[in-house]
Design a protein around this ligand. Structure first.
Ligand SMILES: [Mg+2]
Length: 381
């Protein structure tokens, strides 16, 4: 089998009521199409955050396409190694997106879901709802209680303070503690709670919040400090018993992670299929964590298609306990529309709060081409 064509269809996503992390902006989407001489096609979505679909598509067709045209799409390991070596020319988004599409072809060629090729460990995983940045503790408490009523077992706050909120209008850090307290009071002890501070605290604020959520029985404390402050994570870990979770956006991929493990700066590794080298890269990170007896908690992969792709990795490792559902919902909105935008099938969580393994060959995420074609903003090839 040979790759015969690589192109990206750009789609102008309809305006949504989604909360955004940062300033409001359009939400364009791209559909990567990798076609072969045997009629099989592999896909992945391109979206924000990051350089955006158009810029990633330009990199794919100018840098990746010349390497891959005529190549066997099943040589995924070799292609991954070559694309990783082009890190000076390519956004990690380009590497990850292409890798997902190649795995889609591999699964379709075998007639199997991708997790069967990776080595299936299980057929479901618990979901946790991951909030947007809300304004009041009551908004978080309402949201957590709503999902608990639906049978979900976990909830994570992105607190009122955030990297994207100007300092002048940012609430005092005690407000974040109030929000975490309100959620615990609303859901009791049965629900697993996490806090993702999104790299926004000073050391002293991070210590204060960490001590508070440790006392509230939170499960993990995610990204209190900027990613370049590894020393502050190490320092924080000496004062807290709550597990720290870092490395979500650390640049450098797999090779950048060992110092975070050996210094004790984090208790988990973190990754997705977009910026950590696709399915291939994320599997390597999960196995690295496994060697150290750590979990690799997979985070949101930015769009509906790539979130299905990430689920194959979760099914093929047993050191990831949770699936993040970052639905970008404003307070009071309980839709999961973001999680299926561009796909024909809705995202489903069962009555126990579990998400099941994708079915069907390849990634198993059928693209809603009627929707995509209803607002095409261009084709890059
Ligand atoms: Mg995070």
């Amino acid at each position: 089998m040979r790759i015969t064509e690589i192109s990206v269809v750009l789609h102008e996503r309809r305006s949504t009521s989604s909360a955004s992390f940062g300033p409001a902006r359009p939400v364009p989407l791209g559909v990567l199409r990798v076609r072969t001489d045997e009629g099989l096609e592999g896909n992945a979505f391109l979206s924000s955050p990051g350089p955006g679909p158009a810029q990633i598509a330009e990199q794919i067709v100018t840098v990746v396409k010349p390497w891959l045209l005529g190549a066997d799409p099943l040589d995924i390991g070799a292609h991954w190694r070559r694309l990783e070596s082009l890190a000076h020319y390519l956004s990690p988004h380009a590497v990850g997106t292409v890798d997902v599409a190649l795995w889609d072809i591999a699964g379709k060629a075998a007639g199997l879901p991708v997790h069967r090729l990776l080595g299936t460990c299980r057929d479901r995983i618990p979901a946790y709802f991951s909030s947007a940045h809300h304004r009041s503790p009551a908004q978080y408490a309402e949201e957590a209680a709503y999902w608990q009523e639906q049978g979900w077992k976990g909830y994570k706050l992105h607190p009122p303070r955030g990297l994207w909120i100007p300092k002048a209008s940012s609430p005092p850090v005690g407000f974040d503690v109030e929000a975490c307290t309100a959620v615990r009071d609303a859901v009791g002890d049965a629900m697993t709670l996490m806090l993702d501070s999104s790299w926004c605290y000073s050391y002293t604020d991070g210590l204060r919040v960490g001590q508070a959520i440790q006392d509230l029985g939170y499960h993990w404390y995610e990204d209190p400090f900027p990613t370049y402050e590894m020393h502050n994570y190490v320092r924080l870990g000496r004062h807290l018993s709550i597990p720290l979770l870092a490395t979500e956006i650390n640049p450098g991929g797999l090779a950048a992670l060992p110092p975070w493990i050996t210094s004790g700066a984090t208790d988990f590794l973190r990754g997705d299929v977009v910026i950590k080298g696709g399915i291939t890269g994320l599997m390597k990170i999960a196995h690295l964590a496994e060697a150290f007896g750590m979990n690799c908690e997979v985070h949101d992969s930015y769009n509906a298609f790539n979130n299905v792709a990430a689920r194959h990795v979760m099914m093929a490792v047993d050191n990831c306990d949770w699936l993040e559902v970052l639905a970008f919902n404003r307070a009071g909105d309980h839709s999961l529309a973001h999680f299926s935008y561009g796909l024909t099938r809705p995202f489903e969580v069962d009555a126990n709060g579990d998400v099941h393994a994708p079915a069907g060959p390849g990634i198993g995420a059928d693209i809603d081409w009627d929707l995509i074609n209803s607002a095409v903003a261009g084709v890059i090839s």
